[in-house]
Design a binder for this molecule. Structure first.
Ligand code: HPA
Length: 267
């Protein structure tokens, strides 16, 4: 019987194809939220799924991404660990363009997104704990992988998620910094929350592409974000490959029991 992927990469801006995978197949996975097309391939003897969050040609803006379909599809095919790349602006002078950050907290400033698989009715109501919204084990494994590769990376930090698709005002950036934010992006929420509801380990591989609005001396452009991601694509690929090699998809941790109080995640 053909096996299913147990590790997934969700690629953000600048990460549109699963470069390190071999023997790639395309899977179409039906979910209650629509059909998700993802790719599945092999790396280091492991099967890995890949979804480009914005579509393969960056045609889906952050607020219109079908986050629920993507996470449901990964759960359905048996994925247990997700590494999600995100381009971010830096609010923290210590974190510079080209640096990796593996956040351990988020602040949610999104406005129009559905944040849950549980909207009452048959599926009921679930209040999932997100005291530590990202998988601590995966953060550790990413930090180890970055250290091994001698990459500039920070473990921990607070990811601020904005609604987008516009960039922030200088006043917003100042406020987010005062609130404890370190980096700002547009796609980390609700993805992390849905993964926790689906009892999948999830963490964000943030790449700093710019200093945030008002900190940067220049006006922000998507081109700058995209170009920094492109320039660092080899580092992203190496980091993901090293981490995937180290991850044992069958290890258990608290993420896999997030809905214990509610009888576990059910399709
Ligand atoms: N703000 C929001 N999202 C981003 C940024 C930013 O400065 N850079 C990359 N993604």
């Amino acid at each position: 019987m053909k096996q299913n992927p147990t590790i997934a990469v969700i690629g953000g801006t600048g990460v549109y194809d699963p470069k390190m995978l071999s023997r790639i197949e395309t899977l179409a996975v039906d979910t209650p939220y629509g059909t998700v097309t993802c790719q599945s391939g092999e790396y280091a003897g492991k099967l890995v799924a890949f979804i480009p969050r914005h579509g393969s040609s960056h045609s889906i803006p952050p607020h219109l991404i079908n986050y629920r379909a993507n996470i449901w599809a990964l759960k359905k095919i048996g994925v247990r660990k997700i590494l999600a790349t995100t381009a971010v602006g830096s609010l923290n002078p210590q974190y510079k363009p080209g640096d990796f950050v593996f956040p351990d907290q988020f602040l949610d400033f999104t406005k129009s997104r559905v944040l849950t698989f549980f909207e009452g009715g048959e599926r009921g109501v679930v209040h999932v704990d997100v005291t530590t919204p990202y998988c601590q084990d995966l953060i550790r494994q990413l930090a180890d992988a970055a250290a091994k590769l001698n990459l500039s990376a920070y473990s921990g930090g607070c990811y601020v998620c904005t609604e987008g698709p516009r960039f922030e005002t200088a006043a917003e950036v100042k406020a987010y910094r005062h609130l404890g934010g370190d980096v700002v992006g547009m796609t980390g929420v609700p993805e992390a929350v849905l993964a926790r509801e689906a009892e999948i380990c999830y963490t964000t591989v943030s790449m700093v592409t710019n200093f945030a609005a008002g900190i940067s001396k220049e006006l922000l452009t998507h081109r700058e974000v995209f170009e920094t991601m492109q320039q660092n694509s080899e580092n992203i690929r190496k980091l993901l490959a090293e981490a995937i090699e180290a991850i044992d998809p069958q290890t258990d941790c608290a993420c896999h029991h997030a809905l214990q109080e509610f009888g576990g995640f059910k399709f």
